[in-house]
Write a protein that binds this ligand. Structure first.
Ligand code: ME8
Length: 509
């Protein structure tokens, strides 16, 4: 089986999980599930970033040690995985001993090659971004993100990032798919073309982090520490078999605010350490809430646990990936969410499957009909569309264009709804029962393919649909799609029940 390794950012534990965390991990989860069903051996990594000044300050505020603090808060992120039905293969924490070893090993490599040297840092630092800024980068005395900055003067080790400008530009040019979407790729190229400064990679004014080997008064810069998680998880420092199998990563999925760290610093560290570079870094956009920037001070943070509680897990998963083209910023509008639940899910696919299955249950004694051998033009049209879905959806997902993949699936659902109205099996019941069974066979086969393809997005609902269609669990992989396989006739279904409930606002609340 071909390997496929994909990662989410590791999340800072200074805060509760919010929609941003759920969104990135969701996109990875969908891709991981898709690739598994498509015959890949997948490793899907997520975890928590537990060092740095920001986390240390949060622990102090909570009145506990950083370790106790991270033990507690990191759990919130693991809880989110369960609630959102994420299928990660590993959860890494940067406070694990093996991660310390891995960071120290990469540090030694860079140091031995002469790429890290001791000097003194004088400049601006934003704790919120855990990033350094030059005077000219500041906007009204703050970081470009609006975070406060403070003047820092301390001895520091520096990584010779400036020397990696040309190798990075050459790499971007030779690997046009390395950074996506295209607009973000252009931004990175223009940033790097403007020249790179050497990067301060150690701090001495706090101690919550990985000590620099041989100089424990220095703590490694949290981003060098954090980025290294992607190879720690494969036990690269112990020459683990997983490193051999899965590195370089196929995809690092990140939010747009942290693209620079993944598309500039990380590849430079890896080149310097003579390790292969990841194949692709994709930066998604940011959500606003009903038109407003999301911020704690505005009190409009979107809690993914509440969304799942109110609207359902699969509904939330579907909405987040369908509503906004992945890679662009998007606005969370409650009424649009409800609209999608009622229209795309309850009406389009929910009704299609419910009325087809009910009809079979009532009129064919619940025995699944076969897809006819001799197809009429309309049957063929619908089946050709269903058979073609895997290829088009795969192409979209490979570009992280989840919204496009879903649109294509819904075009087939719409075609099936038109087909049922046009063929009117209820009218054929008396006049031509053989044709009625054929029509139902074509419909059920279309629903089967749609349900198999929807497993990565809505695992529970797709499972229920496939259960109702009596598709066995070993018949749900993508090698069963595309016309090579058909619905197995003759199996007896149970009385169907609706899989996609309507959502109505509780008038009393
Ligand atoms: O950056 N909409 O951790 P983090 C969409 N530890 N995404 C959003 C968002 C919004 N409104 N707000 C935040 C870190 N995000 C580092 C990563 S990786 C080696 C280290 C996204 O907890 C944001 O883009 O701050 C980022 O991907 C994630 O949520 C928050 O990460």
């Amino acid at each position: 089986m071909k390997p496929y390794y994909l990662t989410t950012p590791i999340y800072y534990v200074n805060d509760k999980p919010h929609i941003g965390h759920a969104y990135t991990t969701l996109a990875c989860d969908v891709l991981a599930r898709f690739k598994r069903l498509d015959g890949y051996s997948v490793k899907f990594l997520t975890g928590t970033d537990e060092h740095g000044q920001k986390v240390q300050a949060a622990a102090e505020k909570a009145g506990v040690s950083p370790q106790e603090f991270t033990d507690t808060v990191s759990q919130n992120f693991r809880d989110l995985l369960v609630v959102m039905n994420f299928s990660n293969d590993q959860f890494i924490r940067t406070t694990e001993i093996r991660h310390y070893k891995s960071c120290q090993a990469i540090w030694k490599r860079l140091m031995d090659k002469g790429f890290i040297t001791l000097d003194k840092y004088e400049g601006w630092y934003s704790v919120r971004d855990e990033a350094f800024f030059t005077e000219t980068e500041l906007v009204d005395g703050k970081a470009p993100t609006g975070a406060p900055v403070s003047w820092v003067e301390e001895p520091s080790y520096f990584f010779n990032l400036s020397e990696w400008q040309q190798p990075l530009l050459d790499y971007y040019e030779a690997n046009p798919d390395f950074i996506a979407p295209e607009s973000k790729r252009k931004e990175v190229i223009s940033f790097v073309s403007g020249g790179l400064k050497d990067l301060s990679v150690s701090r001495t004014t706090f101690d919550w982090g990985v000590p620099v080997p041989g100089h424990p008064e220095h703590i490694m810069y949290v981003w060098l520490d954090a980025l290294t998680n992607y190879i720690t998880a494969l036990d690269w420092q112990e020459q683990g078999a997983e490193f051999e199998k899965f590195w370089p990563a196929d995809l690092h999925l990140v939010g747009k605010d942290i693209l620079r760290f993944h598309a500039v610093y990380w590849p430079a560290f890896l080149m310097a350490a003579e390790l292969p570079l990841p194949k692709r870094v994709f930066a998604h956009g940011w959500w606003t809430n009903e038109g407003q920037k999301i911020s704690k001070s505005l009190g409009n943070v979107i809690d993914p646990l509440r969304l799942v509680d109110e609207f359902g897990c699969d509904q939330t998963r579907y909405f987040l990936l369908r509503e906004v083209p992945f890679g662009r910023d998007g606005d969370f509008v409650r009424s649009s969410f409800i609209q999608r639940i009622n229209s795309d899910l309850a009406n389009d696919i929910g009704n299609l499957s419910q009325r087809t299955l009910s009809f079979v249950f009532k009129n064919l004694e619940g025995i699944l009909p076969a897809v006819p051998n001799l197809l009429q033009h309309e049957d063929e049209q619908l089946l050709v569309a269903a058979d073609g879905l895997l290829d088009t959806v795969r192409t979209s997902y490979d570009q992280q264009a989840f919204h496009d993949g879903l649109k294509q699936i819904w075009e087939v659902v719409a075609a099936a709804n038109r087909y049922i109205d046009q063929m009117a099996p209820w009218a054929l019941r008396k006049t031509d029962p053989k044709r009625m069974a054929d029509v139902l066979g074509v419909l059920l086969e279309t629903i089967r393919q749609v349900a198999i393809l929807l497993q990565p997005i809505m695992p529970n609902s797709a499972e229920q649909l496939l259960d109702q269609l009596k598709v066995k669990s070993d018949e749900r992989n993508f090698d069963r799609l595309g016309g090579s396989d058909r619905l197995i006739a003759g199996r007896k279904i149970d009385k169907p029940s609706g899989v996609f409930p309507r959502f109505s606002e509780d008038e009393t609340s």
